[in-house]
Design a protein around this ligand. Structure first.
Ligand code: DO4
Ligand code: MG
Length: 274
């Protein structure tokens, strides 16, 4: 596996065969230079490569939670413990939780998983920040923080089980470099869920509604932690279906974030052996 720069339907490898971990050990300035046109190898057709999630080595995905009013409202509706969600929305310290090591990620076109012991599951379409080992924001991608509402709603102490399971964390295949995104707090996030021929859910929001500052979230994450191969931090969902909607096997979940890209996955129940 190696990192490359995608343009249209071709991709050019970063010279020296660097993977994402190596790129995310560089400073933001060095990272930008490393993916510059003059540092790339020969282009190959996208059709001839397999695109992987944009994180490897010791990279980790973390998530922020309850960062949109809609998320606060939906959690208060589903939970037996409403006040924790109400308080964390406006507390100085954000909710941050570990979601996936690099090796457990899935990407565009792979199945996403829901648990056999859940029963009420939803996708969470989130803008995700890509930070290097120094805590500098170098890019953005899309994360689907697939979640069990029934397990989370039963007791907030069950959140790790509601959030971490096979196929529960999907990332888009690429990252959009930070210097190409004029205002990451002004992006449109769209979610469409298809069941057979039907669109069974559509929702839209803007990152304008995100109550936290992106660099603040990264700074809190880096206070006690090192991320030697970089980290991707999903910034929370602003789209939550009503309580009567639950994912089913075979549903196709499509997320689009303006200027960033798309992420499409089909739902599978339980884990598949590799
Ligand atoms: O507190 C539970 C998780 C919240 C979350 O994942 C979100 O708001 O996106
Ligand atoms: Mg989430």
């Amino acid at each position: 596996p190696q990192a490359g720069v995608r343009t249209g339907d071709t991709v050019a490898p970063v010279r020296g065969g660097a993977g994402m971990a190596e790129l995310l050990r560089l400073s933001a300035e060095e990272f930008r230079a490393a993916v510059g046109e003059d540092r790339l190898g020969d282009e190959v057709l996208l059709a001839d490569v397999r695109l992987l999630p944009p994180l490897d080595g010791y990279g980790e995905v973390w998530c922020a939670g309850v960062t949109y009013e809609r998320s606060r409202g939906a959690r208060m509706e589903e939970s037996t413990e409403q006040s924790v969600y109400d308080r964390v929305y406006s507390a100085p310290r954000p909710e941050l939780f570990p979601k996936s090591p690099a090796w457990r990620l899935v990407t565009d076109g792979d199945p996403i998983g829901i648990r056999t012991d859940s029963g009420h599951d939803v996708p969470e379409p989130e803008l995700a920040i890509v930070a290097n080992s120094r805590g500098e924001i170098v890019g953005f991608t899309i994360c689907n923080d697939v979640s069990s509402r029934s397990i989370e709603g039963e007791n907030p102490l069950y959140i790790p089980q509601a959030k971490v399971f096979a196929g529960g964390c999907a990332l888009a295949t690429g990252i959009r470099p930070a210097w190409e995104v004029a205002d990451p707090k002004d992006l449109t996030i769209d979610l469409v869920i298809r069941r057979g021929e039907d669109e069974v859910f559509t929702g839209t929001t803007s990152t304008k509604n995100l109550v936290r500052e992106l660099q603040d979230l990264i700074d809190v994450l880096f206070v006690p932690n090192e991320f030697p191969d970089g980290v991707i931090l999903a910034t929370g969902t602003g789209i939550v279906p009503e309580l009567d909607f639950a994912l089913q096997a075979g549903d196709v979940v499509e997320i689009a974030i303006s200027e960033i890209g798309t992420l499409t996955n089909t739902v599978a129940v339980g884990r598949e052996p590799f």
